[in-house]
Design a protein around this ligand. Sequence first.
Ligand code: FAD
Ligand code: NAP
Length: 547
Amino acid sequence: MSESTSESRANDSARDFDAVIVGAGFAGLYMLHRFRELGMRARVLEAADGVGGTWYWNRYPGARCDVESMEYSYQFSDELQQDWEWTERYASQPEILKYINHVADRFDLRPDIQLNTRVRSANYDEDATRWAIETENEEVLNARFCIMATGCLSSTNLPKFKGLDDFKGPTYHTGQWPHAGVDFTGQRVGIIGTGSSAVQAIPIIAEQAAQLTVFQRTPNYSIPAQNGPLPKADQQAIKAEYRHFRESNNEMPFAFGSKYHLREDSALDSTIEERNDEYEQRWATGGLPFLFAFGDLLFNMDANKTAGEFIRRKIHEIVNDKAVAEILSPKQVVGCKRLCADTNYYETYNRSNVTLIDISEDPIECITTEGLRAKGQDFEFDCIVFATGFDAMTGALFNIDIRGRDKLALREKWSAGPRTYLGLTTAGFPNFFTISGPGSPSVLTNMLPSIEQHVDWIAECVAYLNDNDYAYIEASTEAEQGWVDHVNSVADSTLYPTCNSWYLGANVPGKPRVFMPYVGFPPYVEKCNEIVANGYEGFELGATVTG
Ligand code: FAD
Ligand code: NAP
């Protein structure tokens, strides 16, 4: 054997894996850990130069979680959850990033994580029943399983504003924030967008900047987070019964908040006074459990209107200028766009250095060398912040040229909207899994338990294939069609599809209007388990060719 052949064989085996996992956020790290536990060889490929995913990229001022720290954390290891100490009710981005790095070290994951590696394509070879995963560094890795842990909110959406490159100052996207941070002191800052990221960033930027101008297309409902230090005693009390605490949260519709009463009655069955008392209490408690005030807020338009009226009244109480309060007052269904949780968001509009520009009727005309042009007026800035969100759920997947059987491209298959079975698999793509993919509860839940549930399901499935000598698993077209219909019909029974949200792809021009996540975490988990109990119902299992 020539030296070069043996060298290339050695390289081949170095590039042969049981599984390639794309993404080193919460999903990719836990998936790697589970493959290791199965005694399988897995490699994580990550575009960034560090682990953390969302919490690596989104370093804008004020970035923090709006699911409580004791809940937005892994539950797979009791030692980990007992050891780790959170400092605030809602963890900040630096603290979450520190936690993820701790997990990577604690479970010795780094040797199998390849950073600075963006995946360009993934092609399924039917004869070999293997995936070839190609990176932008021209490297090709082969694997039996290809797992996309690429994130629901990881592909930033930068609208194609005319003149985007003309601006002479720096521009920043909240989802790709410079690691060194940005000092806005004395600056004239323009910010576009008023979603969750902007709602967190605006109060802090306003404290630094000489002048902050906010361009708002659609106002969002925001509930005060009521964040604060997490008392040690509270943390200890949860740790003393952590398993029970996790179980109760996993029974909640959004996989969090079991310590807050989830009312089942209709908002319309209470008197106006009772209702307002309930909303006042929820406002004082803070954050997303506001939506637990009544059982029908996301199902009954009249019930939802009562919540909307309450929040609008609050905005008018907080914001001194009536005209500004009116512009900040959303009209859409509460919760239909993701509810925000803030610290001093509405209060910030009482500052003399903050101006709100309503662009709901007049889109931004263009970016100019000095700033931007909107409503026939030129605005001058030292820097511009784009808080314009993400090409959610499908964006990161479509950035990769993924091809299954017969070279079918995922982009083509999903051109009219994503089609999955359970949000985990898609027909025509054997041994290919998406963690928190479209068609799963994902972004409608506390994503940590959702991610762990997906990873555990995939790991058990892989173990089952191994134990029974199956070469591959693939969703059937019929099962997939049934799931797509079910996801749509559940969504249509709610108020979610009634406004232009990123859940529907409405924030990205040209994206098909399809409600992508699945509403209902506990029934979903039951369904996933039932499918396994029925011998992977709806899947085709391919036998290994031996000899
Ligand atoms: P991500 O963390 O997005 O990681 C995906 C990784 O894949 C990224 O590191 C990315 O670089 C990498 N990747 C993508 N494509 C490629 C490629 N082609 N090649 C190589 N690498 C690639 N969820 C909650 O439940 N509660 C919250 O309070 C909450 N707050 C959030 C705040 C912000 C600012 C954002 C943006 C999201 C928030 N989320 C929240 C959702 C959050 O995305 C998830 O909770 C979770 O972090 C997702 O983990 P993940 O591993 O699935 O994906
Ligand atoms: P987002 O919710 O999609 O908000 C983007 C904002 O940009 C919206 O106000 C949108 O207006 C505006 N926008 C988009 N394109 C525009 C255009 N062409 N012209 C003018 N305005 C435009 O994005 P995000 O704030 O980054 O949040 C995304 C998701 O990440 C959240 O919903 C949440 O799930 C998660 N997140 C969570 C937290 C947290 O508190 N834990 C923080 C940040 C993010 P329209 O509404 O009119 O489209």
